[in-house]
Design a protein around this ligand. Structure first.
Ligand code: BEZ
Length: 255
């Protein structure tokens, strides 16, 4: 199991956090996939969106850094193509018509490298279509994590695995590479979690795990209980956790 895999629990991701793929379907409208197109799904997780795009007649190659996510994707969709790969360094002789990414770019803290890799994989005229966390995404959760570490005399900032840029910052990086950004939008999308009172603990277990790679399982679970109590006043209403998501979507063309 690789270092990145210790952070990912593909089963919890599928069973408790299926909203990630569900909400990702919104950007199909931006992708406007055509039959016969070759599409790279960057950060494909357990493959649900790649499978839908393929059902629409495209050939899809899904890549993800997590071996357990890719293992689960292959089990669910055995006839589809999935590989373990880091999007920040990915290279392929294949030329794709489109690169698609849902809820993955905010894990890629070297955006210039990611964008350069994507540029190389696209044919001229190809498009990069994505949605991910923008500036202010999960602000309340992030603040609760920072305060937790402060209370325990540690620095959360150096552990932070997330990258939530402004729309201007990311568009600037895309343009710096040579992309033509034809659409960009930054919007708040408060996101309800299924699973009642424990839902935020499941969320933290999957998404906040990289802050805690040097902690024991017991320390981590105590930390999550503490963070959850701190968040209750702002994010828990009438038996429902609603997380303060804020998303960026864009379409960028390689001329
Ligand atoms: C998100 O999809 O917005 C997200 C994922 C992981 C950590 C934080 C936010």
């Amino acid at each position: 199991m690789s270092q990145s895999d210790k952070m990912w629990d593909a089963t919890t991701y599928d069973n408790k956090l299926s909203f990630v793929s569900e909400l990702g379907k919104n950007i199909f409208e931006l992708l406007e996939v055509q039959k016969g197109e070759k599409v790279l799904d960057l950060g494909c997780g357990t493959g649900d969106l790649a499978a839908i795009i393929q059902d629409r007649g495209a050939f899809v190659h899904g890549i993800d850094m997590s071996e357990s996510m890719i293992q689960q994707a292959r089990q669910k969709y055995p006839s589809h193509t999935f590989s373990v790969a880091d999007a920040q360094t990915f290279s392929t002789p294949e030329q794709y018509d489109a690169v698609f990414s849902n809820a993955a770019l905010h894990w890629m803290k070297q955006p210039e490298q990611t964008i350069a890799s994507i540029w190389m994989t696209l044919r001229s005229g190809g498009r990069f279509v994505a949605e991910f966390g923008g500036k202010g995404n999960i602000h309340a959760v992030y603040q609760a994590v920072v305060h937790f570490f402060e209370r325990h005399g540690m620095d959360a900032v150096e552990r932070n695995p997330w990258y939530f840029p402004t729309i201007g910052e990311y568009s600037g990086l895309l343009e710096g590479q040579g992309f033509r950004v034809t659409y960009a939008r930054h919007f708040d999308r408060p996101t309800p979690l299924a699973g009642g009172e424990q839902a935020i603990i499941h969320w933290l277990n999957v998404f906040a795990a990289p802050f805690f790679t040097d902690c024991t399982a017991q320390e981590k679970s105590q930390a999550f209980e503490e963070i959850a109590s701190a968040l209750e006043a702002s994010l828990y209403r009438e038996g429902q956790w609603i997380v303060d998501y804020s998303r960026v979507q864009f379409i960028a063309y390689k001329p």
